[in-house]
Every structure is written in C-alpha cells, then in structure tokens.
Write a protein that binds this ligand. Structure first.
Ligand code: DHB
Length: 367
C-alpha cells in the first residue's frame, strides 16, 4: 500500500512567559479533539506540530515562515495576543496558507489577510451585549479600565458607544500597560470617580493579578458594579480568585458550566486528559479550530490548496461545546451566541453561570 500522505498543521502557541496559560489551553483543546476524532481525515494523516512563540511577535512571524517553508504545513493555527496574529498577516497572504485564530480578539485582524479564519471571538462582539445589559440594569455612569492595546481599545470603544446610545455615560476611559501592569493606582482612580459600574478587560492570563487587586480595593463595597468580558473571570483561574468575585457579571461566548450534553462531555474529557485544568474559552477555541480544519479537508477531499481550504470554511456551521457557531462567509469571522453570566458557587467551585443570551452575534465593527 502507498504510504499515507501527511497533512501538517502548525500550531503556534504561547507556552512560556506571562501569557503561557493561553498556549497551554489551546494545545490541550487541539490535542483533545485529535484524541477524540483520530488523525485520519479524507485519506490523509494529520500531524500537529506545536511551537512556542513565547508571546513575541517577531518569533511568531519567524516560526510561521519556518513552518510554511520547511515543514510545508497546510494550516497555521494559534495566535494568543493580537500583535502576534497581525505579525503573520503578510506571511500567510503571500504563501496562501490559512491561519486559524484561536484567541486574538481585536476586530480588525481578519481584515488584514484573506487567509485568516477566526474561531475565537472579537471583543466588540462580547462587549455590546454587556453594554445592553448594563443599560437595562441601572448603569447610568461607567468607567472603563482596559489593557492598552487592540482588544482593550475595541472593548472600551464598543462599550462607550452602546452605553451612550442607551442614555448612559462613560465618564473616563483608563488604559493600563499590557506588560507588567500595576493596576492599583488605576483602580483607585476608578473608585474615586464613583461610577455605577467599572468595566474591565485584560487578556485572560492577566486576569488573576487584576482580580486580586480589584478584590483588595473592595469596589463592590464602594457601591461600584464590577463588570467585564469573560476574559476577567477566565475559567482556568476563576477558582483561585476567591469568593469575593461571586456575583460578578460578565459577557462571553464560553463557560465551562455551559449546559449542554456536548459541553459536559468536553469538560469531563478535557479534565481527564489535563488533571489540573478546567477548559476555558481558549481551550474550546483550540478544539473548534481543529474541527474547522478537519471539516475543510473533508470538503476538499484532502487537497491542501490554501485558497480552497479557506473557501471550504466560509459558511461552515457546527455545534461546539460553547453552543452553535459558524464562520461568516463574508468576513471569515466567527458568529456565535454571547451569554451574560454571573459568578456563582456550585459543588464547592466557582463558575460563570449563564443566565441570558444574545443569539448569533456578528462582530459589530466589520463593514
Ligand atoms: C487577546 C488575548 C487574550 O488572552 C484575551 O483574553 C483576549 C484578547 C488579544 O490579544 O487579542
């Protein structure tokens, strides 16, 4: 018998440095998908090559080039921080290799190359439903505090626009540096402004240190509702934040507590394979990214022409552990349900419990 042809997927993850939790999740999600579905697709053998970009954009670009030129990968995937995704845009466009975004959430990324397909989220997609919730729940004045880069800017702008359309007011937009942030003075400033709500965004691996300082400052005790995108109550770290975060409201596309048979199976098998982890939105995006690549290969009959693979993913719709999701054929960005959740204690552990949903949300910024 002829040797079976190998199709390679280059997963560029951030596995060291301050964002290492991000890479750990997406590699675990991708490996779980392969453990469940095998490595044979459309007559080909799938090989996953995992590389660590350490969270540095020049490394992401160099690794992408090596994976394309030396390993001849059919797909790239991964991309934790927005600047790392942006760094590969010219490389994938020139090489015509699809790149599946499993974390980075700045809206504009998918417009930077026709070879990007996003299975994670965008920040405006999560933030607009949260602003609606805030407006309906008595929030008249708000302050935002975000990491000072793409997804933070998207979050603060989308929140301000929607809250103010609904008659509220964002009285101050505070930005903290992405690297080595010291949140205390910013949180004190927000507390002094006495808004009805404080909106927070940081990349998920930074959430633990932010939330410890939020708890220390006792904003809730000062009558300030703390809200944010689900990045700040990341399932991977939520239990270590302590009971002081109970009641915190966030909006997001994935909770480990999502109530569906598929999610229960996903969470159970993820924990079994990774005993000290709970899957978060990055883990599920690693899992769903593998699904999209497997299905694209089935549609092309195993052919690895990059343009055909991207075409195959446009309009793809499936049930994820997060709920139903699809790839917008016009933008290659994810369309999905966005949930409003509250931190609650269940069986002795903290969870984001979904209590409201906005169905089929597209990124609001893409034209
Ligand atoms: C980005 C990274 C994250 O870890 C996150 O939670 C949200 C956004 C980003 O850089 O786009």
């Amino acid at each position: 018998a002829a040797a079976q042809e190998v199709v390679k997927i280059g997963l560029i993850a951030t596995l060291t440095g301050p964002q290492a939790a991000s890479g750990r999740q997406k590699v675990a999600g991708a490996r779980l998908f392969m453990a469940q579905h095998g490595n044979k697709v459309a007559g080909k053998t799938i090989e996953l090559i995992v590389k660590d970009d350490t969270g540095v954009a020049d490394q992401t670009r160099r690794i992408a080039q090596e994976l394309i030129v030396n390993d001849k990968v059919a797909f790239l995937a991964g991309f934790s921080l927005t600047p790392l995704a942006l760094a590969v845009a010219p490389v994938i466009t020139q090489a015509k290799v699809p790149a599946i975004i499993m974390t980075a959430g700045t809206s504009v990324i998918t417009e930077r190359s026709p070879y990007f397909v996003r299975v994670s989220f965008t920040l405006p997609q999560q933030t607009v439903p949260l602003a609606e919730w805030a407006a309906k729940n008595g929030v008249k004045t708000a302050v935002s505090l975000v990491s000072d880069y793409g997804p933070g800017i998207d979050t603060q702008d989308a929140f301000k626009q929607r809250l103010e359309e609904r008659g509220g007011k964002v009285v101050e937009q505070i930005k903290a540096p992405l690297a080595n942030p010291e949140f205390a003075p910013f949180l004190q400033r927000a507390k002094d402004l006495k808004p009805d709500a404080l909106l927070l965004f940081v990349p998920a691996p930074t959430a633990g240190s932010l939330m410890r300082q939020v708890v220390d400052r006792d904003l809730a005790g000062a009558g300030i509702k703390v809200i944010g995108t689900g990045d700040i109550t990341d399932d991977d770290q939520l239990n270590s934040m302590g009971d002081a975060v109970i009641g915190l409201i966030t909006s997001h596309f994935y909770s480990a507590a999502h109530d569906s048979p598929l999610n229960k199976k996903f969470v159970a098998e993820f924990k079994q394979a990774n005993p000290n982890m709970r899957p978060n939105f990055i883990g599920v995006s690693g899992y769903d990214g593998m699904y999209a690549m497997y299905e694209a290969l089935k549609k092309t009959d195993g052919k690895t022409d990059g343009t055909a693979l991207v075409e195959a993913m446009k309009g793809m719709k499936w049930e994820s552990p997060r709920g139903m999701m699809s790839i917008d054929p016009a933008t290659r960005d994810v369309i999905q349900d966005v949930y409003i959740r509250k931190v609650e204690k269940k069986d002795g552990e903290l969870y984001n419990i979904e209590f409201d949903v906005v169905k089929d949300v597209k990124d609001p910024l893409h034209k």
